[in-house]
Design a protein around this ligand. Structure first.
Ligand SMILES: Nc1ncnc2c1ncn2[C@@H]1O[C@H](COP(=O)(O)OP(=O)(O)O)[C@@H](O)[C@H]1O
Ligand SMILES: [Mg+2]
Length: 490
């Protein structure tokens, strides 16, 4: 289906000011559709003057629709919709005497010219499915009266007004709570939902006759309400915008649209919505994130304590083999601690892995007798990883880098200058990692499948089951070892 801007560009010569006006109108016309219990269709004139295009459509949420099918993109040649032609030609709102019958449904049609700076730039068709119309109650009469004021404003060029648009999702709808105030800001009519919203705020009596601004001054503490000027302008129905107010228990959004059907301010339409539950959920999410970060922080501290205990134990043991095993465990625990440290600073459960990789590289080269003589160099970027993938990858890298350092080079060699290159490539949906050292290479009888040592067993398990990838180890030309693996990533 063609979009509004596409239709405008393809079929009309409307200038950017006109287009912006029509878009601003659409930002608020859900309110008009709801107050009218009617479907709205925006018709724009073809540049060849051959007819009108339906460029936008809005259904009411308060009553049955008159259009089961979408009309956007349809063309009405001159004469097919005489009411649209007439409203465009005369600049007046046109009402049809008798309803039109559409598939057994009586529909009342009306057309309203959209006027900007004295020119008609489009026509709104308002179509009411009369099956939904009952003997109107006070609520319905107030809705219809307000809709009539708004459509008259459209026809006289007073709507949309250049107020704050409300395209955020929390913006109140007519059904959330509807009030009508007079020119002095006193409530003329409040819907039952609006009454309940104000009861929750602490009002005991009826809203009728009260000044909304005074009421809010009384019920809402200063820190939960806007400055005086905004408060009286919005709650008095004189400013076209939203404000949020509340008490410790209740949060509301108030949205005002001033009414001036003939140019003179006669009052305002005010919508209120109780957003207490939404705000509570927002706060809970923020605390939940903070809690998760705090937990990562504590896990990191605990892992560091475990590493310190193992290190102490390693010092007290005589057997070299046992010492080495404990030191390896210290290193493994340390690499997981680095991931948790990064997660404790992250806003989401994902981490930027490059920094972790670089820290692991220094951790492995700086503790041994090789400091400064073997370097780890990274090429390419790991980017963002989930916390699970980051934990697994950190362990894998630690083992592989440690192996290169430990088995590739001879610390006794006075001329030793080694380089371990970590290359990362992200292809569509996959990450490819290659680690090349320029050391002495794998032993002749080496076989990855036959290797039962702990380090490579950990690496293989993590690459295959945690990361869902494949690992290979080969000789690297001209010298050294190449380890490669590749796995699905974000
Ligand atoms: N980069 C490497 N260069 C040379 N040999 C390696 C390399 N990586 C692994 N190896 C060989 O693979 C063996 C198994 O490694 P691993 O499972 O980590 O156990 P460990 O490091 O405890 O010996 C090592 O003992 C070593 O012989
Ligand atoms: Mg090893």
């Amino acid at each position: 289906m063609a979009s509004f801007t596409e239709l405008v560009r393809t079929h009309t010569d409307l200038d950017t000011g006109d287009v912006a006006w029509l878009q601003l109108l659409q930002a608020d016309w859900q309110i008009i559709a709801d107050l009218s219990f009617a479907d709205l269709v925006l018709w724009i004139r073809d540049r060849q003057d051959t007819g009108f295009w339906a460029a936008a459509q809005m259904r009411p949420t308060t009553g049955p629709t008159a259009y089961v099918d979408d009309v956007i993109g349809t063309f009405a040649p001159n004469g097919r919709r005489p009411l649209v032609d007439e409203a465009f030609a005369t600049g007046r709102t046109i009402r049809e005497g008798d309803p039109e019958w559409r598939d057994e449904v009586p529909v009342r049609n009306e057309t309203i010219p959209v006027v900007r700076a004295g020119r008609v730039i489009g026509v709104i068709g308002r179509n009411t499915n009369l099956l939904g119309v009952r003997t109107p109650s006070r609520l319905e009469l107030s809705y219809l009266q307000t809709a009539a004021d708004l459509t008259q404003m459209i026809a006289t060029g007073h709507f949309p007004s250049s107020g704050q648009r409300s395209d955020h999702a929390d913006s109140p709808r007519v059904g959330d709570g509807f009030l009508r105030v007079d020119a002095a800001g006193r409530v003329v009519y409040a819907s039952p939902n609006a009454q309940s919203v104000y009861r929750r705020l602490g009002l005991s009596g009826d809203l009728a006759g009260l000044s909304l601004a005074d009421l809010v001054r009384e019920l809402v503490p200063p820190r939960r309400r806007p400055d005086e000027e905004t408060l009286s302008a919005v709650l008095g129905g004189r400013a076209h915008r939203d404000v949020e107010i509340g008490t410790d228990e209740v949060s509301l959004i108030v949205r005002a649209i001033p009414l001036r059907p003939e140019g003179r301010h006669i009052g305002g339409l005010i919508l209120v919505r109780d957003v207490t539950d939404l705000r509570r959920r927002d706060r809970e999410l923020v605390t939940k994130d903070a809690t998760i970060r705090e937990i990562h922080h504590r896990v990191k501290n605990n892992l560091q304590t475990v590493a310190a205990l193992l290190r102490l134990q390693a010092r007290r043991i005589d057997s070299d083999e046992a010492k080495a095993a404990l030191e390896e465990a210290v290193r493994r625990v340390g690499s997981i601690a680095i991931v948790h440290e990064t997660l404790s600073q992250a806003v989401e459960e994902t981490v930027e892995f490059d920094e972790i990789a670089d820290r692991l590289g220094s951790m492995v080269t700086e503790v041994s007798a090789l400091t400064g003589r073997v370097q780890v160099r990274r090429e390419g970027t790991f980017g963002i990883l989930t916390s699970e993938a980051a934990n697994a990858l950190a362990m894998v890298l630690t083992e592989l880098l440690q192996n290169a350092v430990e088995h590739g080079y001879d610390a006794e060699d006075a001329d030793l200058a080694g380089e371990i290159a970590v290359r990362v490539e992200r292809l569509v949906g996959r990450m490819h990692v290659r680690i090349d050292d320029d050391g002495r290479g794998l032993p002749d009888d080496f076989s990855l499948d036959g290797s039962t040592n702990l380090g490579l067993s950990i690496v293989r398990t993590l690459v295959e089951s945690e990361l869902g990838g494949q690992l290979t180890m080969t000789d690297h030309e001209p010298r050294g070892t190449r380890v490669e693996f590749d796995f699905p990533a974000l």
